[in-house]
Design a binder for this molecule. Structure first.
Ligand SMILES: [Zn+2]
Ligand SMILES: [Zn+2]
Length: 300
């Protein structure tokens, strides 16, 4: 039996946002206030990922003072160097950076910076590719990435370029074993928070355990729907979820199966065709059109 890895681990799911900004870069609110807002919105953890740029003095924002009972933080940053094939600065997410992470160096490339983040212990994400026109070649060059940001809420609201599933699917089809995460990228200059998050499976709310689960892909992402379980038995995919109008298994190229209805809380799909492509990922769409995305199930 093949099982989607987030759902056969011990522990429970913790809700978090991996990508957010504060006054340590171009966000509206101080770190303490951003943490307070996420904690009060029911999040279990948060990463402040301020822009790691010379103009902000290369911040790895220290949020450890804002941890409390039932709420923790992971330290990180959104790191930048020039230049993508579009001639713009790279945007890469690094969650789990040490506070003394060295400033970017003259001549350092995007792939080199990503590797340095990974070597420092971070979960590395290719963020908002659709927003800034990141090419497939650029994305593929970040060999040290753990994941692609499949949905960025601020990009969706500001530019209608929040969805990067097309580029993500192409990377998967090339054989890259990347997971997918969704985030707010909130700056709080307008109503851009609490639109997308990750649900990370871990034994407890310890930063080290959350980080380990992120690196292993033991999580799913959501704009609202809950995924309670995904498993495959005798070629059948079984999904349990909050009320949904569609449950899909998406695989290589055009391979896909789906079930539609109203208020579906479970679905069973024939997975053999998708499995022949080597992998499939589950998408659940709620009755109001919000999505949840599993990480890929690897069949081969
Ligand atoms: Zn960015
Ligand atoms: Zn950002």
């Amino acid at each position: 039996m093949t099982v989607c890895s987030a759902f056969n681990q011990p522990g429970r799911f913790f809700k978090g946002n991996l990508h957010t900004h504060s006054t340590m870069s171009d966000g509206r609110y101080a770190p303490e206030e951003v943490c307070r807002r996420y904690r009060e919105a029911g999040y279990d953890f948060l990463t402040l990922s301020d822009h790691f740029l010379p103009v902000y003095d290369f911040p790895v924002t220290d949020t450890t003072a804002y941890r409390s009972e039932g709420f923790t933080t992971l330290l990180g940053a959104e790191v930048h160097v020039r230049a993508t094939s579009m001639g713009e600065a790279w945007h890469l997410l690094a969650v789990g950076l040490p506070r003394d992470f060295l400033a970017t160096q003259p001549g350092e490339s995007g792939p080199q910076l990503a590797q340095r983040c990974r070597d420092a212990g971070a979960f590395v994400g290719i963020v908002h590719p659709a927003w800034y026109g990141l090419s497939l070649e650029d994305a593929r060059s970040i060999e040290s990435a753990h994941a692609v940001e499949i949905y960025n809420h601020t990009s969706a609201l500001k530019t209608d370029r929040g969805d990067s599933s097309a580029l993500y699917d192409q990377l998967l089809a090339e054989g890259l074993r990347l997971s997918a995460f969704a985030s707010d990228d909130a700056h709080f200059h307008f109503d851009d928070a609490f639109g997308a998050w990750v649900m990370v499976r871990a034994d407890s709310l310890q930063p080290e355990l959350l980080l380990e689960s992120l690196k292993k892909g033991h999580y799913y992402s959501s704009q609202g729907p809950l995924i309670h379980d995904i498993r495959i038995d005798a070629g059948q995919l079984h999904v349990k979820c909050s009320p949904a109008r569609a449950v899909m298994l998406l695989g290589r190229a055009s391979k896909a199966v789906s079930e539609f209805g109203v208020g579906m809380e479970s679905a069973t799909l024939a997975a053999e065709g998708v499995a022949k492509g080597g992998y499939g990922r589950v998408v659940v769409i709620s009755d109001d059109g919000r999505r949840a995305w599993s990480n890929p199930i690897w069949f081969a």
